[in-house]
Design a protein around this ligand. Structure first.
Ligand code: ATP
Length: 239
């Protein structure tokens, strides 16, 4: 399988503060890759740099072998990358249907869009009851479903997911991750996710990276990371 995404020596600054310090990583086609790391490690900054919300100060970002570093977010989205941001950013006054359709705004294949909408509602049946209601009435878990569904409606080849488990109950986390796995396995969407909750993310990932203060300090296939004493102690809470 080829590499869909490659970051080479990426540095991203906030003013004079360097949040990402020479990050190199790759995501293989069809895989789920997780970047783990504590609060403030730079996980969100990496995703924003890939999706074009932030410009890197240095380094290269290749998506399907074309350079995308510094492109505008809508150009990156049109190339085939969807970004489900931290905090979900669901539009509270729009209906759930309109929120989901926001993901499909560049698509012209109406029949396919309608089929994808049915797919999303099949994964998250609870959203069907809220379709014509404002998203303001949704719980945190339902908002996460909308954020994921909206990203899927874009029909991306790569999805960037920022802390999909944040603030959700263990049961909802399982539900959300089951759908992430189906989007990957059944629909062939490659996934790059960032998570503080390594307990749920690492077991479903093919490969993982550990980020500390803007640097990758460890990387490896899932099973190697799951067997690592450091990962078990510091990221999985197992002694
Ligand atoms: P979290 O899980 O808390 O979002 P994170 O690993 O995603 O953490 P980032 O949000 O990427 O971390 O932040 C990386 C570093 O950059 C942190 O030290 C943070 O304080 C800093 N930072 C983030 N956003 C800004 C900003 N807009 N201006 C200045 N510094 C920022």
């Amino acid at each position: 399988m080829s590499d869909v995404l490659t970051l080479s020596n990426v540095e991203t600054m906030y003013g004079r503060v360097m949040a990402i310090r020479g990050v190199s990583l790759k995501v293989t086609e069809g895989s789920i890759v997780t970047i783990m790391g504590s609060n403030g490690a730079g996980k969100t900054t990496i995703l924003k740099t890939i999706s074009g919300a932030l410009d890197p100060f240095k380094g290269r970002i290749a998506f399907e072998r074309a350079e995308i570093a510094g492109l505008d977010p809508d150009v990156v989205a049109r190339r085939g990358i969807a970004h489900s941001p931290e905090g979900r950013e669901v539009f509270p006054l729009l209906s759930v249907r309109d929120n989901l359709m926001m993901g499909a705004y560049t698509r012209r294949d109406r029949d396919e869009v309608a089929r994808d909408m049915e797919k999303v509602l099949g994964w998250f049946p609870v959203l069907r009851d809220f379709l014509e209601k404002s998203a303001i009435y949704l719980s945190g878990g339902q908002q996460q479903m909308v954020a994921l569904g909206r990203a899927f409606m874009q029909r991306p080849r790569l999805m960037l997911l920022d802390e999909p488990s944040l603030g959700l109950s263990p049961r909802l986390i399982q539900e959300i991750f089951a759908i992430i796995c189906r989007m990957n396995g059944d629909e062939g969407v490659t996934m790059l996710l960032v998570e503080q909750n390594a307990n749920v993310a690492l077991p479903v990932s093919d490969f993982g990276y550990v980020l500390e203060t803007g640097r990758i300090v460890m990387e490896g296939p899932r099973d190697v990371l799951l067997a690592s004493d450091d990962i078990r102690e510091f990221y999985l809470g197992i002694k």
